[in-house]
Write a protein that binds this ligand. Structure first.
Ligand code: AMP
Ligand code: ZN
Ligand code: FE
Ligand code: FE
Length: 285
């Protein structure tokens, strides 16, 4: 995708930081975005908005527009669906309360996973996991990193394949919102909701159900989508009057060879998102 010319500039709308399971601090992410020549990025940490303040400061200094975002895990008919929220008020009280609850739930889930690991003969201290997570939302990637560090797994992927991955012996579900509640949460904070990477693991039937649940956009550009998937979801979005978004799902180099901006959309997509929200807001007054 790189090398294309586009006068409006480029935006990567799916980026994680150390505040969830990314490996780079918010200001480091912004610095890489500048080097990659991006005009804008949206931070979409899992169940977290704590990186946005620091990224805004770095963005102001480096001339990179930082957009508010979040990636929420949603449970729908036993499927794990991800909903991206964009351009909402990150100080909205209900959203903040919900995020606090997610943080607690995630910490309790670490206890359950560690109990299972101990039973499996792989005792790991919570302190080691929390040291990997820092102050943001703790997740399975931090447990995987801690396991590798403690010599309990050969590498990150081994930790998932043998213990932490879905259906593996130390897997534990986390409490999730329903799709409708996640969409309401984002809308209630004045933002728009996009269905994340539908091509990763959900059927078109589920995509249609998410459309009926009230999503405003589909993430068409994503590393898990080839050109055919991208066209398919773009057509679906168009047919239902939805916006399109996209990004690299950057985790700071956690996945081999990933770079911020490798998957990106024209800045025009951001303008469309802003115009869409401006129209919605003016229809409320
Ligand atoms: P959590 O939010 O704690 O359930 O962790 C989810 C994250 O773990 C995902 O965003 C992925 O980055 C990572 N993950 C989940 N399953 C796997 C897997 N089988 N192999 C590698 N990473 C995984
Ligand atoms: Zn992640
Ligand atoms: Fe995701
Ligand atoms: Fe993501």
């Amino acid at each position: 995708m790189n090398g294309e010319v586009n006068p409006s500039g480029w935006a990567d709308l799916h980026v994680h930081t150390t505040q969830s399971d990314g490996l780079l601090l918010p200001d480091q992410v912004v610095a890489q975005a500048q080097v990659a020549g991006l005009r804008a990025i949206a931070l979409t940490d899992h169940d977290e908005v704590g990186a946005i303040d620091a990224a805004l400061i770095a963005g102001n200094k480096l001339g990179v527009e930082v957009l508010t975002g979040v990636e929420l895990s949603v449970s729908h008919k036993h499927f794990d669906v991800h909903i991206l929220g964009y351009l909402f008020d990150r100080h909205e009280p209900r959203l903040i309360a919900c995020i606090k609850e997610f943080q607690n739930e995630r910490r309790l889930r670490v206890d359950r996973i560690l109990a299972k690991l101990a039973e499996l003969g792989r005792p790991l201290s919570k302190a080691r996991v929390m040291a990997k997570a820092g102050e943001g939302s703790v997740g399975r990637p931090h447990i995987a990193d801690a396991m590798v560090e403690a010599g309990l797994a050969e590498n990150y992927y081994d930790a998932f394949n043998c213990f932490l991955g879905d259906g593996r012996p130390a897997h534990e579900q986390k409490k999730k919102l329903s799709a409708i509640d996640a969409i309401k949460l984002v809308h209630g904070a004045g933002g728009l909701a996009a269905l994340a990477h539908p091509g990763q693991d959900i059927s078109d039937e589920i995509v249609l159900e998410m459309i009926h649940a009230g999503i405003d956009a589909i993430e068409t550009v994503h590393p898990k989508h080839g050109a055919a998937r991208r066209r398919h979801y773009t057509a679906m979005a168009l047919a239902h009057g939805l916006l399109t978004t996209g990004g690299s799902d950057f985790h700071g180099g956690r996945k081999i060879d990933e770079k911020i901006g490798d998957f990106r959309v024209e800045y025009e997509a951001v303008e469309k998102m802003k115009n869409y929200l401006a129209k919605l807001r003016s229809s409320w007054v």
